[in-house]
Design a protein around this ligand. Structure first.
Ligand code: SF4
Length: 257
């Protein structure tokens, strides 16, 4: 299934389940998904094998100009924003000028939308890059952690590089608690292999990672729109609540979306 791509740098404001009135910032190409993961539930569709070679990225200057124009317009229209949100057609932290773009966005936010937070939805794969954790801790960072075991991580997130779940968890621990974890729960089957990150053994392993990371909050959620893998089942709210309650028993805030 082909997914849905955003066709501009700035999109919205949209009403987000988690962030309210959210102005989207897409640092990635508008014609191709650009991501280090190939999640089985991705709304952008499958990640193409040669996507990095084909990609043409906007420069930090182009992004700054587009954001400033839109923020100025929204200010003149008296539109209130809750969040300037880095999301879009893949993984925003893969942009080579991401750190500079965060600083630009903080300056523009302070000028045009001082009551709005800046949020980054990230898949947690680029945290070893220089200054990346420092840049992310300046903003409302929401980092992906979908699996408890290495095997489930490979099945659900299908990393395009050789990164392991263990490496990701080690990097997330370095945030020193200044992060939010987002975890998608799904159940299904692909090429004859069962996929279920809600199994007791998976939840137990995932909780151990959460305990080690000590985030300020965990966002627990399931499918909202149709995923690329049709045989994937949405986890219903009562089960998500049970998972969230296990996080709360660790004295960590958890919300279901
Ligand atoms: S990390 Fe996000 S953009 Fe990348 S494949 Fe997963 S859901 Fe899609």
């Amino acid at each position: 299934m082909a997914g849905t791509l955003f066709d501009s740098i700035i999109f919205g404001p949209l009403t987000s389940r988690r962030l309210g009135a959210s102005l989207g910032i897409n640092l990635l190409p508008t014609t191709i998904k650009f991501c280090s993961f190939n999640c089985i539930y991705c709304e952008c569709g499958w990640t193409e094998t040669n996507h990095i070679e084909k990609a043409q990225l906007y420069t930090a200057k182009e992004i700054r100009t587009a954001l400033e124009e839109r923020l100025l317009y929204l200010k003149e229209q008296h539109v209130n924003l809750n969040s300037l949100t880095f999301a879009g057609n893949g993984e925003p932290t893969m942009h080579p000028q991401f750190v500079e773009i965060i600083d630009d966005t903080i300056r523009l936010r302070d000028l045009y939308a001082p009551n709005s937070k800046i949020s980054v939805l990230s898949n947690s794969t680029m945290l070893a890059k220089e200054n990346m954790i420092e840049a992310l801790t300046k903003v409302n960072n929401i980092m992906k952690l979908d699996a408890g075991s290495e095997q489930m991580f490979q099945l659900i997130n299908k990393p395009k590089n050789r990164i392991t779940l263990r490496e990701i968890v080690e990097q997330l621990i370095k945030f020193d608690g200044k992060l939010i974890i987002q975890s998608m729960f799904v159940r299904g089957e692909m090429e004859g292999v069962a996929i279920d990150n809600t199994l007791d053994s998976e939840i137990e392993a995932w909780l151990q990672h959460i305990q080690a990371i000590q985030p300020k909050e965990v966002m627990v959620y399931s499918l909202d729109r149709r995923p690329p893998l049709a045989r994937l089942e949405k986890i219903m709210e009562p089960q998500l609540e049970l998972i969230a309650e296990k996080v709360r028993q660790l004295n960590i805030k958890a919300s279901v979306y």
